[in-house]
Design a binder for this molecule. Structure first.
Ligand SMILES: CC(C)(COP(=O)(O)OP(=O)(O)OC[C@H]1O[C@@H](n2cnc3c(N)ncnc32)[C@H](O)[C@@H]1OP(=O)(O)O)[C@@H](O)C(=O)NCCC(=O)NCCS
Length: 278
């Protein structure tokens, strides 16, 4: 087998997405994904593992910035799309892609490689380790209520470029102070607000609520969507909180649910009354 790890070329975008989606057991519209995704890959390192002329492995990273203790922000590489075709696994292709990427990371002065690892036991051997804990909370609204009294005002708004700018401002103020937070890519805002058609999954369809303090300044927001469910002809819908930034809540900032426990396991208990929490 002749193995080469090199940047993918534009004319290989379709086979690249084909390999990526096959390894992830998904069947999107590969041509469309390739066409739309290519412009977004321009500032990324997009490695292809080519075996005997065929793309058999994928590995991408994009430049980001990580806030660290003391408030500094250090350059980092956000790693994604790590796959090897099922027909070519356990022959060292991942190892070869990691070696290539890590040498590029060092060359570009990026201090961290950041990976959201589904197969986390694999990556310790390459130097990765757990950086944050994550948890998902389910609150039964019939048995839960918020502590404290309501302050300021809440307005539901329709996602738009203006709303995007407002949310961006709140998020930026947060992430510059929050250890472990990352710079968010510009196009991510469009996807997260449903302003741009998703080319892999369905477009986000949800709601945005802005919180204003007593002076009328927006100081927090929530993005949420509903999952419809009926039982015994009664609505038992679930409201999924996609993201929440609310510095005004008990003076503690919350972010990106459903991982409120990140670095703050008591976060939800502080906010709500529930018989299970006491
Ligand atoms: C995970 C994946 C990329 C591994 O690719 P690969 O080319 O088979 O990996 P390699 O042969 O280079 O193996 C590298 C090391 O990881 C180990 N490894 C590979 N797959 C593993 C697995 N599923 N579980 C445990 N260890 C594994 C190998 O034993 C090897 O260890 P060593 O070099 O220290 O002896 C591939 O299985 C894949 O694409 N899976 C589906 C997509 C996926 O889960 N991607 C990761 C998302 S985070």
């Amino acid at each position: 087998m002749t193995l080469e790890i090199r940047p993918v070329r534009e004319d290989e975008a379709v086979p690249y997405v084909e390999a990526l989606s096959t390894a992830f057991l998904d069947r999107p519209d590969v041509k469309r994904v390739a066409q739309e995704i290519w412009p977004l890959w321009q500032d990324t390192r997009t490695w292809a593992a080519v075996v005997d002329g065929r793309i058999c492995g994928t590995f991408r990273s994009w430049p980001t910035e990580l806030t660290v203790p003391g408030g500094a922000r250090l350059p980092a590489a956000g790693v994604s799309a790590v796959t090897v075709l099922p027909t070519h696994r356990r022959r060292g292709i991942l190892r070869a892609m990691v070696a290539t990427e890590h040498s590029a990371i060092r060359e570009h002065g990026q201090v961290f490689g950041l990976l959201y690892a589904a197969e986390y036991p694999i990556y310790g051997r390459f130097g990765y380790g757990p950086a944050c804990r994550e948890s998902t909370w389910t609150l039964d609204t019939e048995r839960t209520h918020f502590h404290g009294t309501r302050t300021g005002t809440v307005e539901l708004v329709t996602p738009s470029q203006e709303v995007r700018a407002t949310l961006h401002g709140v998020f930026e103020a947060w992430r510059l102070r929050q250890v472990g937070e990352l710079r968010r890519r510009e196009h991510s805002w469009d996807f997260e607000l449903g302003l741009r058609e998703e080319f892999w999954g369905p477009r986000w369809k949800g709601f945005v609520a802005l919180h204003r303090d007593e002076t009328g300044t927006v100081d927090g927001y929530a993005r949420y969507h509903a999952e419809e469910k009926w039982e015994q002809r009664q609505p038992r819908n679930t409201l999924v909180l996609d993201e929440l930034h609310a510095p005004h809540l008990t003076g503690v900032e919350r972010q990106r649910l459903p991982d409120p426990g990140r670095g703050d396991p008591g976060a939800v208990e502080d906010l709500v009354h529930d018989p299970h929490f006491g």
